[in-house]
Design a protein around this ligand. Sequence first.
Ligand code: AMP
Length: 178
Amino acid sequence: MAAIPPAVPPQPGGPGPRQPVHAAIGLGANLGDAQGRIRDALALIDALPATRLVAASRLWRSAPVEANGPDFHNAVAIVETRLDAFALLDALRLIEAGAGRERPYRNAPRTLDLDLLLYGDGRIDAPPRLVVPHPRMAERAFVLRPLLEVAPDATIPGIGPAADRVGALAGQRAEPTS
Ligand code: AMP
């Protein structure tokens, strides 16, 4: 008789019934009607199953970082969701695809980029598919400044309070436009 495999410890953010979790999502676009796409994406995020939009930052405008093309428009959304982190990421990918997102090469200009920044206080290490907290979020003013608008007490697991990191990024251009 085949041995019964050992139970796999549950992955934080992995499948299974769960209590609602607050997650932070970063939105960015720098092609076409970038602001319109971000507004549309916020509505689509709010319409995801088992998910509701709790707060959305103003729209911000930022210089491209490790990317090409015109200035980016950015926002950060806080959602309450019962989706596990992988299902939430898949849903964000579908919204990106619906906005005509293509990936012709790394860091190409983009019609819509959605990043899962934070998932509760969870840490998820499943590269390349999903790493949470988003690995570069603490280095980006266009993420931290809108995040602090909607979650002033946000803590980045493994790093610390987002508010403690933003001062070091003062040299990065990012300003609110709405
Ligand atoms: P990008 O081209 O910057 O949108 O990167 C997308 C790729 O990063 C996808 O293949 C995702 O599966 C992967 N990825 C890993 N961690 C994350 C995360 N926290 N948020 C969004 N995408 C992620």
